[in-house]
Design a protein around this ligand. Structure first.
Ligand code: NAD
Length: 295
């Protein structure tokens, strides 16, 4: 069992740290928000009053923060406070470039680091069933794998530092584009007099088949568990999709990739977020399409 510093105990980090306590690790935490501190303390996390105090003497340091700027800012504070050869794991969703920068700084300070963003949401964090997408060298991946398995079910090594973030951004870009495609098809079907069930029965057994259709179906009825059946309660919220697509759009621009649909989806989800739909499930894009369609 390890001594683990867990920094960032919000919606995701709180339950992830609780699972590490359940697995028998000694977990020390820091989060500036009192509600997060109290929830983590009641789950058995030993709370410290500064990040550097949580990190001193820890074998492993896990961060779960809102963005890359905060990760880099916190790394500047904690890398010198950690003992030599500490394993750093950043599970936040951040820019690939920020992840590589964080990795280089950790290594320069004498530590090992992987980026290990997750999918599975708060439900997966609570159940310990997250999927981890990992970037880093093989030896560091193998060192981190047992602790990731205490918080998740599927652990995929995606290659060099930053590649975990790359996989996450690419996957979510596919997800947004496919959800938009499925939603446009349902709205076109409505205009053509085609029932939702008929289109579902055809497309789910034909070449239109995809997760956005058969698991997160944007119309109520064909898939009873999808968020559309509960008035688009998330699920995977528009605000989080907008964030991830913003990172994907940065990467598309930086690398000169002609990802027209990815760039457009980043704009669409940012507009929806800013129009008050941030908390809705991302399949709510179907209602945005309906609102913009000629009645
Ligand atoms: P959150 O805002 O609930 O939690 C982030 C926590 O970090 C907050 O409690 C905040 O107080 C804390 N924090 C900020 N600065 C800190 C610092 N310097 N030191 C220590 N703690 C600090 O966000 P979340 O929903 O838990 O998401 C965390 C990350 O996981 C994000 O990068 C997000 O994109 C990603 N993610 C979230 C979900 C989801 O469903 N919520 C799913 C997959 C990935």
């Amino acid at each position: 069992m390890s001594t683990i510093a867990f920094l960032g105990l919000g919606h995701m980090g709180g339950p992830m740290a609780a699972n590490l306590v359940q697995a028998g690790h000694t977990v020390r935490g820091f989060d500036p928000v009192p509600a997060a501190q109290e929830a983590a303390a009641s789950a058995g996390v030993g709370m410290e009053s500064a990040a550097a105090d949580a990190v001193a003497g820890a074998d492993i340091v896990i961060t779960m923060l809102p963005n890359g700027a905060l990760v880099l800012e916190l790394y500047a504070e904690i890398l010198p406070a950690a003992g030599p050869g500490t394993l750093f794991i950043d599970s936040s969703t951040i820019d690939v470039a920020d992840a590589r920068n964080a990795h280089d700084q950790a290594v320069a300070a004498g530590h090992a680091m992987i980026d290990a963003p997750v999918s599975g949401g708060v439900v997966g964090a609570e159940a310990g069933t997250l999927a981890f997408m990992v970037g880093g060298d093989e030896a560091t991946f193998e060192r981190a794998k047992p602790v990731l398995e205490d918080m998740g079910r599927k652990i995929v090594h995606c290659g060099a530092p930053g590649n975990g973030q790359a996989a996450k951004l690419c996957n979510n870009m596919i997800l947004a584009i496919s959800m938009d495609a499925v939603s446009e098809a349902f709205v076109l079907g409505e205009a053509l007099g085609l029932s939702h069930q008929a289109l579902y029965d055809v497309a789910s057994n034909a070449s239109g088949q995809c997760w956005a259709l058969t698991t997160n179906c944007p119309v109520p009825g064909p898939v009873p568990g999808s968020p559309a059946n509960r008035d688009y309660e998330a699920g995977f919220a528009v605000g989080l999709m907008a964030k991830d697509l913003g990172l994907a759009a940065n990467a598309l621009r930086e690398h000169g990739v002609a990802g027209e649909l990815g760039l457009r989806m980043a704009e669409r989800y940012a507009e929806m977020r800013d129009a008050g739909r941030a908390a809705n499930d991302f399949s709510d894009i179907i209602n945005d399409i309906r609102d913009k369609s000629r009645k």
